[in-house]
Design a protein around this ligand. Structure first.
Ligand SMILES: NC(=O)c1ccc[n+]([C@@H]2O[C@H](COP(=O)([O-])OP(=O)(O)OC[C@H]3O[C@@H](n4cnc5c(N)ncnc54)[C@H](O)[C@@H]3O)[C@@H](O)[C@H]2O)c1
Length: 371
């Protein structure tokens, strides 16, 4: 198969969909890979490393779209890319169709085959191509929290791990899923006193088994949250209710019970946030202060660490990309139900219920399309 990797052109997107190692693997499987010049530069991969791995460098995005049967990207195509997409061209990338009617209509009109990273789903309902970015965001939440706890950044002026003779900071993590687990692990590793709250007792049991002694597990309810945040130096919001907006576990009123200079990092801000006063911010201007509490609410945290994020993402996407290239999308999706779940729009038809519902479009049966 001919695979094309364009340079991401969405504002501030520094990741790339394929690493030189990925190129080498696809070549080994007999495929041809074209990479747009400069595509990997912001993730630390120059054109020459792609060439050494066996890719051919193309000078323009137009050339990549024109030649490729499968386009591998990170973010959804933006308006200026729409007309470059050919009928039946396979696009393997994040789409998040339910948040853009224009994108949905454009992909239908171009008759593209859109396989969305975010809906590839395992039989246990986990989302293997979202997990790596949650891992990055969870670990980064502690790094950012530690930074904003410093006095010049507006925080209390507390070192997360303390020093001998001085107690460490208290970190409260709301939600013990992927983000919360990674955040708790990092905070504990730095020596902080960590509490992790979740509504799932089995989850708390598991966390209690695997976490070090400086992590306490607590059932998440209004009373316990109120108690925990009153003592906290850093609060990390990491809850998710699939398919719904995040619940406001900390209301504006509750901020008053927290000490001035406390930092809140609401990782769940992309689902509306679990702290009422959080609104999305950007890496250019990541924080704001409400009632003397520093709020960090960047909606695309992994974007700040493109090297790590690119490697984490491509580790997860590459096996699927190889399967798609080896078998063609129809056979691959017929044989692999995880990939079949990723099909959202196919040659002018919506085949994913969430997308059809979001824009009131007719839903076509994916199995009929795969026949
Ligand atoms: N800002 C970013 O850059 C970024 C990056 C990655 C993920 N995220 C977001 O982070 C959030 C968490 O993602 P995840 O992958 O960890 O999800 P997850 O499903 O693995 O974990 C969510 C956890 O929240 C728990 N939960 C639900 N209701 C709760 C409540 N009332 N109190 C306490 N816990 C509760 C669930 O039991 C679950 O363990 C999501 O909204 C995700 O979109 C943001």
């Amino acid at each position: 198969m001919i695979i094309g990797v364009p340079k991401e052109i969405k504002n501030n997107e520094n990741r790339v969909a394929l690493t030189p190692a990925g190129v080498a693997e696809l070549k080994k499987n007999g495929h041809i890979v074209y990479v747009q010049t400069g595509a990997g530069i912001n993730s630390g991969f120059g054109d020459e490393t792609y060439q050494q791995a066996g890719a051919t460098i193309l000078p323009t995005i137009e050339a990549v779209y024109a030649i490729a049967e499968m386009i591998m990207k990170v973010k959804e195509p933006i308006a200026q890319e729409y007309s470059l997409i050919k009928p039946h061209q396979l696009l393997f990338t994040y789409f998040h169709f339910a948040s853009s009617e224009a994108l949905t209509k454009a992909m239908l009109q171009q008759e593209a085959v859109c396989l969305a990273y975010e809906t590839v789903e395992k039989s246990d309902r986990s989302l293997p191509l979202l997990i790596p970015m949650s891992e990055v965001a969870g670990r980064m939440a502690v790094q950012e929290g530690a930074k904003y706890l410093e006095k010049p950044s507006g925080g209390k002026g507390i070192l997360l791990g303390g020093v001998p003779g001085v107690p460490p900071a208290r970190v409260v993590v709301l939600g013990g899923g992927i983000v919360g687990t990674q955040a708790a692990k990092m905070a504990a590793g730095l020596g902080a006193k960590v509490s992790i709250l979740d509504v799932s007792l089995p989850r708390l049991r598991h966390l209690s088994d695997i976490m070090p002694a400086n992590v306490t597990t607590i059932m998440s309810n209004h009373y316990n949250i109120r108690e925990a945040i009153a003592e906290a130096d850093l609060v990390i919001g990491a809850v998710l209710i699939p398919g719904a907006k995040a619940p406001h576990l900390i209301t504006k009123d509750m901020l008053k019970s927290m000490k001035p200079g406390t930092v809140v990092v609401d990782v769940a801000v992309d689902q509306g946030g679990c702290i009422e006063t959080c609104t999305p911010t950007t890496h250019e201007n990541p924080t704001f202060v409400v009632d003397e509490i520093v709020h960090y609410c960047v909606a695309n945290m992994p974007g700040a660490v493109p090297y790590t994020s690119t490697l984490a993402l491509t580790n997860a996407t590459l096996p699927y990309a190889i399967e798609l290239a080896n078998k063609g999308w129809k056979n691959a999706c017929t044989e692999n139900h995880e990939l079949k779940k990723g099909l959202n729009v196919v040659a002018g038809k919506v085949v994913y219920k969430g997308v059809a519902d979001a824009w009131n479009l007719p839903l076509s049966d994916v199995n009929t399309i795969l026949e």
